[in-house]
Design a protein around this ligand. Structure first.
Ligand code: SOE
Length: 386
């Protein structure tokens, strides 16, 4: 592999997604022959004790407590944004103006207006940009894309997605940033529904119109904060109002004539991270479920009579995107690897001077769908997408 050219990364934020991205930078060149190697130069967070601990455990060279200082540094090429959603726009626009390439967590922003300003900033400054819809990068999802592009499923009739979680079902789960509209933009919709609609755009195509309904089952919770992963602590003597949705369902039409149904909820008891979809086309069907992420279920209507049915493909072979870089067939990979694949694509884009995807263009389109869902639920009517 030889000595690689370095790309110097500054990460803003350090919690759950900070860990996922840090791991990806560390492991990328162990598995993939990417022309670039990430140098983990600086990580930033406001809580000095916590960011120092993150710096040491995740392997960053230094830390800062003010993100602006990271952006001002000349020895940084990439800004990686893993902070709560309300900060994405300000950080990304400042980073673009400083000429840094940018990778940011989803959803891109709080509003379409913010998202469009972010896109304008990266385009004006000619930097590469990416949004972390990591599920696109599961080998089975990439293989589903290939089957669709090869025409194996034919015309798509149906997209059916559920993204089900249950981590906030306890009414005493605290009122953390993920449950405050001014910080997160929306609840289950933007946090997990955003992944489903991004997968739908990736695999089926663009939306044409939709109609939605949303609900907040628990309206007040103890004020609190995240403590890492999806854990939190709160103060039950101090209650505050939940200002985002706990659950959303919507139906949609795509521009190519397919119909879509979507459900995103954090109140589906027993479902920890069940991100799944099914596609039905004229020649076959495809099913995927993140909790068994290496598997793809595929049905071809052209199969011999008597042998028809869903076949279970373990997407761990050389022919399956990304899988060949790891282990022999059947030796599975996990959630963290989807981030490695995404970062692999990001660094290849920087090195090869092409725009990787999904990027801020996808971020803006996704944001328009998120906004349309909220508008439809509020106004109780169908909303057209441009
Ligand atoms: C919490 O719902 C969460 O961590 C999301 O924020 C991620 O985007 C999703 O991939 C897993 O669940």
């Amino acid at each position: 592999m030889g000595v690689k050219q370095k790309v110097r990364v500054g990460m803003i934020g350090y919690q759950f997604m900070g860990k996922a991205h840090s791991h990806a930078y560390r492991d990328l060149n162990f598995y993939f022959d990417n022309p670039l190697e990430a140098e983990m130069v600086v990580i930033s967070g406001r809580n000095e004790e916590a960011v120092k601990e993150a710096q040491e455990t995740m392997g960053w060279q230094s830390y800062e407590t003010d993100w602006r200082k990271v952006i001002e540094r000349d020895d940084i090429d990439v800004i990686d944004i893993v902070t709560p959603n309300h900060t994405h726009a300000e950080i990304a626009i400042a980073a673009a103006e400083a000429g840094k390439h940018i990778i940011t967590e989803k959803p891109l922003a709080l509003t379409v207006d913010e998202a469009e300003r972010m896109l304008a900033a990266v385009e004006k400054n000619g930097v590469k940009h990416m949004i972390c819809h990591n599920y696109r990068f599961a080998p089975a999802v990439q293989y589903a894309k290939k089957l669709i592009e090869d025409g194996r499923i034919g015309r798509i009739y149906h997209w059916r997605a559920n993204y089900l979680q249950d981590f906030i079902m306890d009414p005493n789960f605290p009122l953390v940033w993920r449950l405050k509209k001014e910080v997160s933009g929306s609840g289950a919709l933007g946090d997990i529904g955003a992944h489903s609609l991004d997968l739908a755009r990736f695999l089926v195509g663009e939306f044409s119109e939709l109609t939605a309904t949303m609900e907040t089952f628990i309206k007040e919770r103890p004020i609190g904060e995240m403590t890492g992963g999806l854990s939190a602590k709160g103060d039950s003597s101090n209650m505050g109002e939940v200002t985002v949705d706990d659950a959303v369902t919507f139906i949609a039409r795509f521009k190519n004539g397919a119909l879509g149904t979507f459900e995103a909820t954090r109140f589906a008891g027993g479902n920890r991270n069940k991100n799944k979809f099914e596609i039905n086309g004229e020649k076959g069907s495809i099913r995927w479920d993140m909790e068994n992420m290496n598997n793809l279920e595929v049905y071809f209507s052209g199969d011999e009579e008597g042998l028809q049915g869903f076949r279970l493909i373990n997407c761990t072979e050389e022919v399956h995107p990304y899988a060949g870089a790891y282990w022999p067939p059947g030796h599975i990979i996990g959630y963290e690897h989807t981030f490695i694949h995404l970062i692999d694509e990001f660094l290849r884009g920087i090195h090869g001077n092409y725009q990787p995807s999904p990027n801020f263009v996808d971020g803006v389109r996704n944001q328009k769908v998120l906004e349309a869902v909220e508008k439809s639920a509020e106004e109780k009517r169908w909303i057209e997408l441009d």
